[in-house]
Design a protein around this ligand. Structure first.
Ligand SMILES: [Fe+2]
Ligand SMILES: [Fe+2]
Length: 157
């Protein structure tokens, strides 16, 4: 369980890194609002990593930080970025599910309880990503149309 939780620290930090790379791409497209949303998302992923980090310590385990894989740096369009955000969140939901399966198998009730927060969080994460992806599709992934959505996402605090 401890090893799997350590892997999730890495996966959350990778998510943070990926969203930061996506934010950088949006900046090059002058989409400051999308970039801001992704920067804040990157911050959230780092907070997720820290929740696992703190839990491992609190549960008496050892945190073992590993190398973080480099994310890609180029996308074809804002639409492609958000297709990948949604895909990535679904992948993370699968990882959380895998951790939950292991906690159940090992009768690790404390970790099951800890993971409950993430199960709920992933429902929100997928919903947000899929909403933005859907709006981009409705706008036709056309730069001129996307400025309205860019403005909306720039309001995220
Ligand atoms: Fe996360
Ligand atoms: Fe996430």
């Amino acid at each position: 369980m401890e090893e799997a939780l350590n892997k999730q620290v890495n996966a959350e930090l990778y998510s943070s890194y990926l969203y930061l790379s996506m934010a950088a791409y949006c900046e090059t497209q002058l989409m400051k609002g999308f970039a801001k949303w992704l920067r804040l998302q990157a911050d959230e992923e780092r907070e997720h990593a820290m929740k696992f980090f703190d839990y491992i310590i609190e549960a008496g385990g050892t945190v073992k930080l590993a190398k973080i894989e480099a994310p890609k740096t180029g996308w074809k369009s804002i639409g492609e970025v958000f297709d990948e955000v949604y895909e990535h969140e679904m992948k993370v939901t699968g990882l959380i599910g895998g951790l939950m399966d292991l906690a159940i198998k090992e009768k690790d009730y404390a970790t099951r309880n800890f993971l409950g927060w993430f199960v709920k969080e992933q429902v929100e994460e997928e919903a947000h990503a899929s909403e933005i992806q859907g709006k981009i599709k409705m706008l036709g992934d056309v730069v001129g149309h996307l400025f309205w959505l860019d403005h909306e996402l720039g309001k995220r605090e």
